[in-house]
Design a protein around this ligand. Structure first.
Ligand code: NAD
Length: 374
């Protein structure tokens, strides 16, 4: 049994119940500097301890593992602090936004008695697990091309998102594309598109509302992935998904988030002069639970959570393709059983660095740049 500390009560609120339900978790604590937010979430969900800072929580000597869901600019220093204390650390994406900081996290994870995991939701959403199944069963055949886009309108979000470089948040698309192809990204050419309005610029220095990158992948045959991320000035409803095209089959992300995935399958040539017969079907990928404990399984879908001590039931939304209980189970079982998590520091770096380098390419007008291999 382990004790887990959740840091940040925004997105973190979704994870508190999942840790509380996990049979290998004993106590769940919450760190949140905003007193009103902290009190609201702990009154609603019930937690075993509340702290206003990570320093205060770690000084108490408790907690085996910490899950960081603080704003991006705190991820690296808080990860280093947790790992240096000998505890295990899960971090919301991205792991870091510079190559130097990626290297610092890898070094800290190697030196620590604790484990590191990046909590990449895209690697446990049901659509991704289905695409892996299609690849493994041969339904896609040899891959020809991959693409994906994360488009989200951050107007009105916290000021720290203003001017955020889109490619420094590309992991939700890069991760599934590399995972499906079973490769790494070797080099990139990226361009910025559009001109960020003054009101969206903030202190981050980025001038592009949208960035689009072409990655050369590492397989034996030439293979390309195109990744597009936009945060401002793009009237597209939220999408965060991928497409994969193979010689025998293709899978396309739904045009409306949560809708059915489109599968295309090529039959054998029938002798006609106009290409192979290709069928199109809309499918709803199933949940694949693996070793996930029974108590977590209903939470891959929208489901009521019944907090302890008779508090009223709370609706949990299961965003991101039902990935949250998978991530919690993977992190908890890796820590409890002393094994590396599926998204350890080197895999996290392999997923994070391509976007970091892509933004550098965009700043240099689309120059081709090599991506470090981890
Ligand atoms: N699909 C995904 O993986 C996904 C989705 C949403 C958010 N995220 C990531 O999760 C993190 C949190 O996102 P959010 O939407 O909740 O952001 P948010 O800004 O709404 O909330 C962050 C919370 O952290 C608290 N906080 C601020 N400084 C802190 C500090 N130094 N230590 C501890 N807590 C601190 C804030 O008071 C706030 O309650 C971000 O890094 C974001 O990128 C990932």
């Amino acid at each position: 049994m382990i004790d887990v500390l959740v840091v940040g009560a925004g997105f973190g609120r979704d994870f508190v119940p999942l840790y509380a339900l996990h049979p290998e978790v004993h106590r769940v604590g919450l760190v949140e500097p905003d007193a009103r937010r902290r009190e609201t979430v702990s009154a609603e969900l019930g937690v075993d301890a509340e702290h206003s800072s990570l320093d205060e929580a770690l000084a108490g000597g408790l907690w085996d593992a910490v899950h960081l869901l603080s704003p991006v600019r705190f991820h690296v220093e808080q990860t280093l602090q947790v790992l240096a204390s000998g505890r295990s650390c899960a971090s919301a994406v991205p792991m870091a936004t510079t190559l130097d900081d990626i290297a610092r996290v890898i070094d800290a994870a190697s030196a620590s008695a604790g484990r590191y995991m990046m909590m990449e939701t895209a690697l446990y959403q049901r659509e991704y697990l289905h695409a892996l199944h299609l690849r493994e069963t041969g339904a896609l055949g040899r891959l020809t091309y991959l693409s994906g886009a994360h488009m989200q309108d951050l107007d009105g979000f916290a000021p720290y998102w203003m001017g955020y470089a889109p490619m420094e948040y590309a992991t939700h698309i890069v991760a599934p594309l590399l995972g499906i192809a079973g490769v790494t990204a070797r080099c990139v050419r990226c361009l910025g598109s559009g001109a960020l309005q003054d009101s969206h610029r903030g202190a981050n220095g980025n001038l592009f509302p949208l960035e689009s990158a072409l990655f050369t992948l590492s397989g034996r045959e030439p293979l390309v992935a195109q990744v597009t991320v936009s945060f401002f000035e793009n009237a597209r409803s939220y999408t965060e998904g991928f497409n994969v095209y193979g010689e025998r089959g293709a899978l396309e992300w739904p045009s409306i988030e949560g809708g059915p995935v489109v599968m295309h399958a090529a039959g054998p040539s029938d002798g006609a002069a106009h290409g192979r017969p290709i069928t199109r079907a809309e499918i709803s990928p199933p949940d694949r639970y693996g070793t996930m404990p029974e108590a977590l399984r209903p939470h891959t879908r929208r489901h009521l959570y019944r907090p302890p001590d008779g508090r009223p039931a709370v609706q949990l939304h299961a965003w991101h393709g039902g990935s949250h209980p998978h991530l919690v189970h993977e992190f908890v079982s890796a820590v409890a059983h002393g094994r590396p998590p599926s998204i350890d520091s080197r895999r996290a770096a392999t997923i994070t660095a391509p976007g970091v380098v892509a933004h550098l390419s965009a700043l240099r007008g689309g120059a081709e740049l090599s991506i470090p291999q981890y």
